[in-house]
Write a protein that binds this ligand. Structure first.
Ligand SMILES: *Cc1c(COP(=O)(O)O)cnc(C)c1O
Length: 377
């Protein structure tokens, strides 16, 4: 019996055609017609915003950090339970990631832990919508407004999700999207910076083009381009934008398939989970999630690896994440603890993610849920 992989990136019938078209255009550098088309499609999923494609979510976060004009020693609040890039992007500017614990229900930044962690140097709050379930944005934005802090959404999981009817990615000053192969919409490696602020978008365009006004030059708005501010090369090749365009054109179809798998997991596992003391995602009624991931949270962290082994023996590849940042070697060197993080530590030790991708058949989902329910928690 073949192992059911953890993730299989979706490929669309247009992927190859669009790559061929990009090659035929003889335009493989950035900012061609596929970049423009993909950005338009993104704006339709995150209404009221504009998007600049980048080579990764990591780079979109670095771009956001550059746009904040952080000084060394400035502080940035973020959850400890996240991917390293959330912290790295700001540490690279000499800023200090300040790690705060997550809520036990949504696994998002615990908004009640933010204010006690603020200092005179705090400049921004980074939220991660874990699994695409929105963080408590009204409270977080209200705290940010009161203390004049920027709110950045690490929306790597959240494309297509909503909070009180508003699209994730449009709820802060800027958002970072990921199109890594493990995300809902993917082009292998890719990302985007999203914002509704035209001034920031103008500067973002400069920072992303090596700190120059080359984009204006290309549009014929200036007759030479020159170095204006700190920047880097964050724009992806048209080849990647071609694949991304194809994916985004199939957004509804991809999402429908992911939701169908997610719903099957929930329908089949909720009762077993309740009886076993295991927790599964439980989206609050004011959010819509984009079916990015489905997890089991075991009551006893020491059982995580045995469950992953058990599933492996039944032909199912399951994985865990994230290793907490606050007590990691990098976190200790570059960051500090804004609160104790017992929930982050408990979740990191007890969380198991199940395979979830559009090509997962009903029969395969059944194999996964059978294997899960045969595990003695
Ligand atoms: C995947 C991920 C990233 C990094 O995305 P890349 O596109 O690989 O740079 C950042 N933050 C979170 C929460 C992620 O899940």
């Amino acid at each position: 019996m073949n192992e059911i992989p953890f993730n299989v990136p979706y490929s669309t019938p247009s992927d190859l055609d669009y790559c061929r078209a990009a090659l035929n255009d003889n335009h493989l550098s950035g900012d061609g017609r596929f970049t423009a088309r993909a950005s338009e499609l993104l704006a339709s999923i995150i209404p009221g915003t504009k998007s600049l494609l980048t080579t990764s979510c990591t780079h979109a976060l670095e771009l956001a950090a550059l746009l904040l004009d952080l000084d060394p020693g400035d502080e940035v609040i973020m959850p400890s339970f996240t991917f390293v890039s959330t912290a790295n992007a700001f540490a690279l500017r000499g800023a200090i990631p300040v790690f705060v614990d997550i809520r036990a229900d949504t696994l998002n930044l615990d908004e009640s832990k933010i204010e006690p962690a603020l200092t005179e140097r705090t400049r921004a709050i980074i939220v991660v919508h874990y699994g695409g379930l929105a963080a408590e944005m009204d409270t977080i934005n209200e705290i940010a407004a009161r203390h004049e802090l920027a709110v950045i959404e690490d929306n790597a999981h959240g494309l297509g999700g909503t909070y009180k009817g508003r699209a994730l990615g449009s709820l802060g000053l800027m958002a970072a999207q990921s199109f890594h192969a493990t995300k809902n919409i993917q082009c292998g490696e890719g990302g985007a910076l999203v914002t509704s602020d035209p001034m920031l978008m103008n500067r973002a365009e400069i920072v992303r083009e090596k700190g120059t006004n080359r984009s204006q030059f290309r549009r014929g708005e200036v007759d030479k381009y020159t170095w204006l501010e700190l920047g880097s090369s964050y724009l992806p090749s048209e080849l990647l934008a071609a694949v991304l365009t194809a994916q985004l054109e199939h957004f509804d179809e991809i999402q429908a398939k992911r939701h169908s798998v997610w719903d099957m997991y929930q329908d089949t596992l909720t009762e077993w989970a309740r009886e076993s003391g295991v927790r599964t995602p439980d989206p609050p009624s004011h959010v819509e999630h984009p079916a990015h991931l489905f997890y089991l949270l075991l009551p006893d962290g020491s059982r995580q690896q045995s469950m992953i082994r058990h599933l492996g023996q039944h032909g199912v590849k399951a994985v865990s994440h994230y290793v907490p940042l606050h007590n990691s070697p990098g976190g200790r060197t570059y960051g500090r603890e804004g609160s104790p993080s017992p929930i982050t530590e408990m979740v990191s030790e007890g969380l198991v993610r199940l395979p979830l991708y559009p090509g997962l058949t009903d029969a395969a989902v059944e194999r996964v849920t059978d294997a899960v329910r045969s595990f003695r928690v």
